[in-house]
Design a protein around this ligand. Structure first.
Ligand code: PLP
Ligand code: COI
Length: 339
């Protein structure tokens, strides 16, 4: 029962909620709005394209209860569009933005009792698009399922917003040029589990991936984008096709520039980042997580005595302030969920 939820001990983990949403369509058919149904297990063919060949995408977005007692999404149109780009790449029929937005809104409305109070967490909304029809040869599935479920969440990394220690992965890569790293393909994530678990067993919060071509430039932190700051300038890896175009990343670039901070989207070598003044990673789940240290082989670079840097703190406060409506939504990023 949600009445028993201790909102302050929420972590980034699954709490089953009441209602989910499912829509289905054929390969060359138009999507029509789906149905709400009780949250729970679903039937799927053993020969489904998603189970056999990984023809699947996910999105991650959050709904917030704000200080004005409104319920809002943060830039949901960007999630809808990113899923459409992913659908093109994985040869799936893209879900129209109107159906996507209607589905995520309905899921929030139906599960309102699971939405944490303002400032004490968020409702994580997980849209999935998958090849659900049976297919034996390696080819697009004959039918598709678009599904949305929700769950209340707290901080992504253990220890809340305290600075995290990261390890540069020298053996494994997340994505290669021409591959699927630039979209939220489900298949991008399982290969990261072993490196991530290994790093966690050594006390690190996550791994940092370098580019697969030169092994010198930082691409991403597990499932979050990377930023560092040096001499008041903010640096983030440029989008080369192997990096996921994070919506938080884009928002922080806009916010920083709005504040008069210079932002460079460029190649960021591990060497440069390890000499930076501050560093953080960001994403819907991770929000902004300050980085306390980066280790590469036996060299460890530490930032700010484990305390978040000045720029990191400023951007965190602005981003979270907009999401909570304690700061003006100057860019019109909030999308109100009608209640
Ligand atoms: N990079 C990867 C690989 C991710 O899975 C995510 C999470 O969505 C991000 C970055 C951050 O993207 P966003 O800010 O849109 O959540
Ligand atoms: C997100 O930030 O929404 C993500 O998708 C990260 C992770 C939970 C996969």
């Amino acid at each position: 029962m949600s009445e028993e939820i201790d909102w302050d001990s929420l972590t980034f983990s699954l709490t089953p909620t009441d209602t989910m949403y499912i829509a289905e369509t054929g390969m060359d058919e138009a999507w029509t709005p789906g149905d709400l149904m009780p949250y729970g297990d679903m039937k799927i063919s053993p020969a489904a394209g998603v189970l056999n060949y990984g023809q699947g995408l996910f999105e991650g977005m959050k709904a917030f209860r704000t200080s004005k007692d409104r319920v809002v999404f943060f830039r949901p149109d960007e999630n809808a569009r990113r899923m459409q780009r992913g659908a093109d790449r994985l040869k799936m029929p893209p879900v129209p933005e109107s159906i996507f937005i209607d589905a995520v809104e309905q899921c929030v409305q139906q599960n309102l009792r699971w939405l944490p109070p303002c400032g004490r967490g968020a409702m994580y909304v997980r849209p999935l698009l998958m090849g659900s029809g049976p297919i034996l040869g390696v080819a697009p599935a004959p039918s598709y399922r678009f599904l949305v479920y929700v769950t209340p969440v707290g901080p992504y990394f253990k220890g809340g917003v305290s600075a995290i220690d990261l390890l540069i992965s020298e053996e494994h890569h997340r994505a290669a040029p021409g591959g699927s790293g630039g979209v939220k393909a489900i298949g991008n994530y399982a290969p990261g589990m072993m490196p991530s678990k290994n790093a966690k067993s050594k006390g690190y919060a996550e791994v940092i991936y370098l580019d697969a071509e030169t092994h010198t430039c930082i691409e991403e932190v597990g499932a979050a984008n990377f930023f560092c700051a040096k001499d008041g300038v903010l640096y983030t890896p440029e989008l080369t096709g192997t990096i996921l175009p994070g919506i938080t990343r884009d928002s922080l670039i806009q916010l920083a520039r709005h504040n008069g901070i210079e932002v460079k989207e460029t190649r960021v070598t591990a060497e440069f980042a390890m000499g930076a003044d501050e560093a953080f990673c960001c994403g819907t789940a991770a929000v902004i997580s300050p980085i306390g240290s980066i280790t590469k082989s036996d060299v460890k670079a530490s930032y700010g005595d484990g305390k978040p840097g000045e720029l990191t703190t400023k951007l965190y406060n602005q981003l979270v302030g907009i999401q909570n409506e304690t700061e003006d939504d100057v860019f019109g990023w909030l999308h109100e969920v009608p209640l």
